[in-house]
Design a protein. Structure first.
Length: 141
């Protein structure tokens, strides 16, 4: 990517949680009471900084409804070319996927993103199950 912030000390990871449900079966949708259609946007955006000596980590949550200037881009869904414009942060993923999300966060923070980690809804469900599950998901009908 061009026109990126300069690298700093340590490592910066952008962690996003999406509502992606492409890999969820109809049985899982019923079990977890998932209704509605996904918006193909980010529900959670966190910037994680790991110190150069790898001794410390800091996490900043970026509210998904924060307004940011989305850089010039081509919409992945429609193919429409867009100039830079203000938008809620979570729309960057819907319009341009991980690349545009990284560029938008870099633009709004001035922080260079070194790595990107995405957790979709299926990954989230499996993580919840791995740590003991959710009580409401275990209740029977």
């Amino acid at each position: 990517m061009k026109n990126r912030p300069l690298a700093g000390h340590g490592m910066n990871v952008l962690v996003v949680g999406t509502d992606g449900r492409d890999r969820i079966t109809p049985e899982e949708k019923k079990k977890y009471r998932l209704g509605g259609a996904p918006c193909h946007c980010t529900d959670t955006v966190m910037l994680v900084h790991i110190s150069e000596d790898r001794e410390r980590a800091s996490v900043v949550s970026l509210p998904r409804d924060s307004y940011a200037e989305m850089p010039e881009h081509t919409d992945l869904t429609s193919g429409t070319k867009h100039r830079a414009h203000p938008v809620k942060l979570n729309a960057a993923y819907a319009e341009g996927g991980p690349g545009l999300t990284v560029r938008t966060v870099e633009s709004m923070t001035g922080v260079k993103i070194d790595h990107y980690l995405e957790v979709d809804f299926t990954s989230f469900m499996r993580t919840v199950d791995a740590v003991g599950g959710c009580r409401s998901a275990r209740r029977g009908p």
